[in-house]
Design a protein around this ligand. Sequence first.
Ligand code: NAD
Length: 296
Amino acid sequence: MAKIAFIGLGNMGGPMAANLLKAGHEVVGFDLSAPALEVLAAAGGRIAGSAAEAVAGAEVAITMLPSGRHVREVLGGEGGVLRAAPAGTLVIDCSTIDVETARAVGAEAAGAGLELLDAPVSGGVGGAEAGTLTFMVGGSPAAFARAEPVLRAMGRTVVHTGAVGAGQAAKICNNMILGISMIGVCEAFVLAEKLGLDAGKLFEVSSTASGQCWSLTSYCPVPGPVPASPANRDYRPGFAAALMLKDLRLAQQAAAAAGATTPLGAEAAALYSLFVGAGHGMVDFSGIVRMLRGTA
Ligand code: NAD
């Protein structure tokens, strides 16, 4: 079992750290929030006074932070994790951040003689609690082999997607598909309503025809056809629209930097920006059907 430093014990990091403890790992945590630290202590973890203190003696250091800026702050600089970690510590950043920052902190880690993996997740808070997250992991094959047993204590699917940055690339490409496809499915249901076509009948046809996709069959944005979808509980998340917007913006940032043409990705970002701007950031992302229908 490994000695693991865990920095960023919020909605995702808190339950992920708890699953590491359940698997028998030793966890020393740090967060700026006192309540988050209390939750870790109650689950059997140790509390550190700073990120640098948390990584003293750690074999693995995991970060789960809001954005690239936070990751640079915690990992880089004088008092940062990369300076404080002992030689041989494996650094795993599970935050969803921009590809450029992931690559930059990877290079900084290499300069400090440490291996770093970017390992963003999908599966949300429910997946973090249940230990069923999907990890998309960028970094060297050797670092991936070291990380895999640790990640398996928090997730069900762990995929090595390439070099550092490839985890973030996989995450934003996947979520760009998801954002675009959700809007497409919502538009089809809104059109069906206007045409007097029953939603259940559209589902019956499209779920087995060429319009079939995850946004339709697993997460249908209208109540009825998929009982577990957030549409059946007044669009409580699930996956909040604000987080979808964050990922679509990261995809647009990456597309601009890489010179990729993604007009539908840009349009999806613009529509989610309108939806979140109208005060629906904490609504499930499938709730955008209400805006498209003209009722949000
Ligand atoms: P959160 O805001 O609940 O947690 C982030 C934690 O980081 C907070 O507890 C905050 O106090 C802490 N923090 C911030 N700066 C810090 C610092 N300098 N030192 C120590 N701690 C610091 O966010 P979350 O929902 O847990 O998301 C974390 C990451 O996971 C984000 O990048 C998010 O995009 C990604 N993600 C979230 C979900 C989700 O459903 N919530 C799903 C997939 C991925």
